[in-house]
Each structure stands twice: as C-alpha cells, then as structure tokens.
Write a protein that binds this ligand. Structure first.
Ligand code: PMV
Length: 320
C-alpha cells in the first residue's frame, strides 16, 4: 500500500503554451523537452484506511495549497474509491518558481500512486494521467530529449535521444526564488483569449518541432540553439501581448540573456530558454559548462546557479 518514486523536472526547448481542452488539460501544441538530472522530486504515497482525508507534507512541512491537485491526480491513478493517503514530497529546488516543480511532482506522484495501489500502468498511460494534472509533467515520465505529441484525445510521449547519446548540460540561473505571480493554467487561458499572436504561435509550432527534432537527430547544437531561442522568445511575445500582459522576467533575466549572447559571440556553445518564471536556463555543450557557470554567476541579480546534466524518466525508488 505504499510506493516511492523519483522524478526530475524537464525544461522545454520547444514550448507548450495554451490548451485546446481545459477540462482534460490537453495542450494546443506539441513540445520537446530535456529531462534534468540533479534536480528532483521524491514522492512517497502511503494509503492508510484509518485516514479520513489525504495529508501532504512538502519538505517535511504540512502543505494545504497543493493538496487538492495531488489528491485529484491520485484519484485518477488509483480510483476515487481508494483509501486516503499520506503523501510526502521532497523537492531539492525552488517550488512554483518556473523550474517545473509541478512536472517532477506529478510525474513522481503517478508512478508512486500506481505502485501503492498495486496497478501496473504503461508509461504512456501514466504520462496522460500526469499530464492531466500539469501538461509538462507528461514529459518527465521519460528521460533525455522527449517529444510530447498532441494526438486527437491524448498525448503521446517518446524519447528522441537519451542523455548518454547527447550529454548536454543545463546551467540554471536563479534570479528570484519566490513563487510566480500567476500560475500557468490561468495565464495560458489569458493568452488564448487575448493575445493577437496566439493563433500564429499555434500554427507555427509544427514547423519548430520539425526543425528541433532534426537538430536533435543530427546532434546539431547550433540549429537546436537557434530554434529553441526563437521558440522561447515567441512564447514570451505571446505572453507580453496578452491582456493583462504576462511578463515573467525581471532585470536579471534580461542580463542573463545578454550574458548568453556575449558567450555566443565568443564561440561558446550555449543558448537560453525561459519558462513561466524569471529564471534563465542556459543549455550548453559539456566542454563549455565552466565558462557558462562563471558568466552567469557573475551576472548582477543572479542569486544562485544550479548546474545539471540530463537525466532519466520517473521511476520507483524502492518497492514495499
Ligand atoms: O505544465 P504547466 O501547466 O506548468 O505549463 C508549463 C509551461 C511552460 O513551462 C512555460 C512551457 C513548457 O512546455 O514546459
């Protein structure tokens, strides 16, 4: 009646922004991401018939706010007739700050919950259940470079290449550790309803996915860098042109982007990507990681940096 799973967050290189079905949380566009290695969420689920409601701790402290979403996700995995659960989450990086903590949390929860309830489920089934809770969580079921394909009434995830096959590094520059002002679900709906660029964004996504997929197959870093930065800036343009405007950046975010541009000018293999938060993720070739770390560390407003390789998909930690 218990299961513990580990999942790593993932960072999208070709982004998901917008839903075509809010109720079922189906994305309007496909996406491509990299699963990280050093950042993780460890989720323990223990069913206990003596409990009359689910209880959640995050990093050892009781937490109420996230509980309804986690309970609903657990219902989808184990059925609504399941016993109530004690859920304990440990996360080694800032939560809800644009570092994809919801992706690792829900991916780990589905794997732990399925095990605790004695159910065997294929990765694609778990991906759809995790994706229902948080669209990007579906991608954390797999490792390395992952494509999420947007099918008629489901999502399909597949690994495009493993972390060993293309061991890129990611340097995360933390410019603010507080939670984000507006959550992605609400923000995506604002963009869909109000941004004049939204329809174009959705239209062009297949093209960006094709280019990124080919760049990954060819291990063509420059090609991947160009399409990933373009796709990221396009997503933020959709956000900025929304009403009210969705601006997740701060001054340090911008300075980090300039630092990356400066490195590129010196021939360093690096590119940036930014999600629904002010942190900058610099993806780089392994031989250049020291230069990228030094430059971002020295950038005014950067509180901390975290360096990580690419990792594997969500998995059980131990059986019980
Ligand atoms: O999965 P959500 O609802 O947290 O949305 C993720 C949205 C972005 O991080 C901005 C882009 C992405 O594809 O991960």
């Amino acid at each position: 009646m218990q299961g513990t799973a580990i999942a790593q967050p993932n960072i999208a290189l070709i982004k998901y922004w917008g839903k075509r079905d809010v109720e079922r949380n189906l994305p309007a566009v496909g996406s491509i991401s990299v699963t990280l290695r050093e950042l993780y969420t460890r989720m323990q689920v223990e069913f206990d018939a003596s409990l009359d409601h689910d209880v959640l701790t995050v990093n050892g402290r009781p937490e109420e706010k996230m509980l309804p979403r986690l309970s609903a996700c657990l219902d989808s995995v184990a059925g609504t007739a399941r016993p109530r659960a004690r859920i304990a989450s440990i996360c080694n990086f800032p939560i809800a700050a644009g570092l994809a903590s919801s992706a690792s949390s829900f991916a780990a929860l589905t794997v732990a919950g399925a095990h605790a309830s004695g159910r065997t489920m294929a990765a694609d089934v778990l991906a759809n259940l995790a994706g229902r809770a948080s669209g990007s969580a579906a991608r954390s079921l797999l490792g390395g470079f992952v494509e999420l394909e947007n099918r008629e009434d489901a999502v399909v995830v597949q690994s495009l290449c493993t972390s060993a096959e293309w061991p890129l590094q990611v340097v995360v520059a933390i410019t603010e550790s507080g939670p984000k002002a507006i959550g992605s679900t609400e923000a995506m709906e604002i963009s869909r309803k109000t941004s004049p660029f939204y329809a174009k964004w959705v239209d062009q996504q297949a093209h960006d996915l094709d280019i990124a997929r080919a760049a990954i197959a060819d291990r063509d870093f420059e090609k991947l860098a160009a399409v990933a930065e373009h796709n990221c800036l396009k997503m933020h343009s959709v956000m900025w042109a929304s009403r009210p405007p969705l601006v997740y950046w701060n001054a340090a975010t911008m300075r980090c982007m300039q630092a990356v541009r400066h490195l590129q000018g010196q021939g360093i293999g690096v590119f940036f990507t930014i999600d629904a938060g002010p942190q900058v993720k610099a993806v780089c070739l392994p031989e250049h990681v020291g230069d990228v770390e030094a430059a971002l560390q020295a950038t005014a407003g950067v509180a901390d940096i975290m360096t990580t390789g690419l990792g594997s998909g969500a998995r059980l930690e131990r059986t019980a």
